[in-house]
Design a binder for this molecule. Structure first.
Ligand code: ATP
Ligand code: MN
Length: 477
C-alpha cells in the first residue's frame, strides 16, 4: 500500500479505510496514543495502539524522535481538536531514537540551543513552519515573475569581478595555502590559480543580470550570495539568498512600483497558502513578545502585519524629506539616537530607518534619491548633481528589506563615476561596454530573501530562517 501524507489524511472522510502513514513520533502517551508528524503539515496525526495490536518489544521502541511505519484504519476521532485518528493495525520501527540521548525532548527549547542542533531542529513545530513558509515564498517569487513574463537568469556564483562593492568577498582558490606559488616579487602568483586570476564568491548577481535585461527586457536572478562582512547582527548572514530583478525601460518610479507590488504579492501569497503555519507562528511571536517591555512590543500581530502591508500604500519620500523629518524628530533633538542627524548626506542607520517606519509613518516606507556619495557607482546620477536615483524599501522590525536603483545608462557618466571612485576600469570593461552598444534606461533591486522570511514568519533572528546559517565563527554542518 502506498503511503499517504498526514496533510492529505486530515482532509478525507474517515470511513475505516486502511492507510499507510510514515513519520516521526512527537509524543507517546499512556502506552497508547502516538502523536505522529511527517512534516507535510504542522498538525500531528494521532495513532491509537489497541491492546495487543503491537508486541511488547516494539511498544518499548515507540519513543520521541523514532521513525515509524504505521498501517491502520482511519476513523473519526472522539478526541477534541482533531477530526480523525488512526487505529493501528500494524506498526514497524523504521528508525529508533534512544530517549536517553535524543536532544529534542517534547518541551520548549531555546532558539539558541536549537541552533546548535540544526540537523534536528527541522523536527520542531517552529522550524517546520518556518521552512514550509520559506518554500512557499521561494515558489511565489518564481510565480510572480513568471506570470509577468520575466526570465530567470542564473548568474555565476564564482566571479572574477570584485568591483560591485556590496561587501567584503570570500576568496575562491585551489592554491596550496601552505606553499602557494610566488611571482618574482614574492606575491602569490594568481596566474597559477585554477582560473588564472583571482576569483571570489559573488556578493550580488546584479552586474551580470543587467546584461540579460539589456537583451530579454525583464529578467531576474535568485541565488545565494556571500558577504564576508563581520556583522554579528540579527539581520546579517555571511551566506544569504537574494532576488534581483532587472528591467530594461523601467525608471526609478517603475522600479518602486514593482518592488511594492512584489512585496504585497508575497505577503498575500503567504496569507493564502500558509494559513496554518502562520497561525502557529503568530501565536508563537505573541508569546515571545510577552517577555519584552511594553514599548517594544509591536502593535499588530503577525497576520495583521501581513494584511497591513497588503492593504496600505507604501509611503514614498526622498532622502532629503526623510532627512528633514529625522533632524526635527524628538529622538534627534533629545539626543536619543546613537548617530545624530546633523548634516545632509549622512548614511541612515537602522535606528533612523526604524523610526521612520515604526514611529513616524507607521507603514512600509520607500526612500529614494539618496546622496551619491553613500551609494554605489552604477546608480543613475540625478540632474541636481548631488543625488542618485537609488531606492530602499524599509519594513517594520526589519529596516532595509530591499535596496535598488535606476542604473546609470550613459557611458560617459558611468566611466566618470568608476574613475572617481577608483574602481578597476579594466575589470569592468564588459559592464561599460553595455553602455556603448544599445544602452537603455533600466532599473533593478535586490530583496534579501531571509529578511523577507523574517518578516513573513515573525521570527526575530535571521539565523533561524535559513536551514544552516553561516556567520562569523560558524560553518558547522
Ligand atoms: P544593510 O545596510 O542592511 O547591510 P546593504 O545595503 O548592504 O544592507 P544591499 O547591498 O543593498 O544591502 O543588498 C540588497 C538586500 O540584500 C538588502 O536590502 C537586504 O535585504 C539583503 N542583505 C544585504 N546584506 C545582507 C546580509 N549580510 N544578510 C542577509 N541579507 C542581506
Ligand atoms: Mn550590508
Amino acid at each position: 500500500m502506498k503511503r499517504t501524507k498526514i496533510k492529505e489524511l486530515l482532509t478525507v472522510e474517515p470511513k475505516g479505510q486502511s492507510v499507510v502513514v510514515k513519520g516521526w513520533v512527537r509524543t507517546f502517551r499512556n502506552n497508547q496514543f502516538i502523536s505522529l508528524n511527517d512534516g507535510s503539515t504542522i498538525q500531528n496525526l494521532q495513532a491509537v495502539v489497541a491492546l495487543n495490536s503491537v508486541d511488547e518489544g516494539t511498544l518499548k521502541r515507540i519513543t520521541t524522535g523514532a521513525c515509524l511505519f504505521v498501517t491502520g484504519e482511519l476513523v473519526p476521532s472522539p478526541a477534541k481538536g482533531q477530526p480523525v485518528e488512526l487505529r493501528v493495525q500494524a506498526l514497524e520501527i523504521l528508525g529508533d531514537s534512544d530517549p536517553e540521548k535524543y536532544p529534542l525532548q517534547p518541551k520548549k527549547h531555546s532558539l539558541e540551543f536549537l541552533r546548535e542542533i540544526a540537523h534536528l531542529r527541522a523536527r520542531t513545530n517552529t522550524f517546520g513552519a518556518v521552512m514550509r513558509v520559506r518554500h512557499a515564498m521561494a515558489f511565489a517569487v518564481h510565480k510572480f515573475f513568471n506570470d509577468r513574463g520575466f526570465y530567470y537568469i542564473h548568474t555565476p556564483i564564482i566571479t572574477g569581478s570584485d568591483a560591485e562593492g556590496a561587501g567584503a568577498m570570500f576568496r575562491v582558490t585551489t592554491l596550496d595555502m601552505n606553499k602557494p606559488p610566488r611571482d618574482e616579487h614574492g606575491h602569490i602568483d594568481v596566474k597559477e590559480d585554477f582560473f588564472g586570476r583571482e576569483t571570489n564568491l559573488t556578493v550580488s548577481g546584479q552586474l551580470e543580470v543587467e546584461t540579460y535585461a539589456l537583451a530579454l527586457s525583464e529578467t531576474y536572478t535568485f541565488g545565494p550570495t556571500f558577504r564576508a562582512e563581520n556583522s554579528n547582527t540579527t539581520r546579517h548572514l555571511a551566506e544569504f539568498w537574494m532576488i534581483e530583478p532587472e528591467m530594461a525601460f523601467y525608471d526609478i518610479h517603475d522600479n518602486m512600483e514593482l518592488a511594492e507590488a512584489f512585496l504585497k504579492y508575497l505577503c498575500q501569497y503567504a496569507l493564502d497558502h500558509c494559513a496554518e503555519d502562520l497561525e502557529f507562528l503568530d501565536k508563537r511571536a505573541k508569546e515571545e513578545e510577552q517577555s519584552k517591555p511594553q514599548d517594544q512590543r509591536s502593535e499588530l500581530g503577525l497576520i495583521d502585519r501581513l494584511k497591513f502591508v497588503v492593504e496600505n500604500e507604501f509611503q514614498k519620500l526622498s532622502y532629503t524629506e526623510a532627512f528633514d523629518i529625522l533632524r526635527n524628530s524628538n529622538p534627534n533633538k533629545k539626543k536619543k539616537f546613537q548617530y545624530l542627524i546633523e548634516n545632509w548626506g549622512v548614511d541612515l542607520q537602522s535606528e533612523h530607518e526604524r523610526y521612520l517606519v515604526e514611529k513616524h509613518f507607521k507603514k512600509p516606507v520607500i526612500l529614494y534619491n539618496y546622496p551619491a556619495a553613500i551609494k554605489a557607482f552604477y546608480m543613475r546620477q540625478n540632474e541636481d548633481g548631488k543625488t542618485v536615483a537609488a531606492m530602499d524599501v524599509l519594513f517594520p522590525g526589519i529596516g532595509e528589506i530591499i535596496g535598488g536603483s535606476q542604473r546609470e545608462e550613459r557611458y560617459d557618466n558611468l566611466l566618470k563615476r568608476v574613475q572617481e571612485m577608483g574602481l578597476p576600469e579594466k575589470e569592468l570593461w564588459w559592464y561599460l561596454e553595455l553602455r556603448k552598444f544599445g544602452s537603455a534606461p533600466h532599473s533593478g533591486f535586490g530583496l534579501g530573501f531571509e529578511r523577507l522570511i523574517l518578516f513573513v514568519t515573525g521570527m526575530t533572528n535571521i539565523r533561524d530562517v535559513i536551514p544552516f546559517p553561516r556567520f562569523p565563527g560558524n560553518a558547522e554542518f
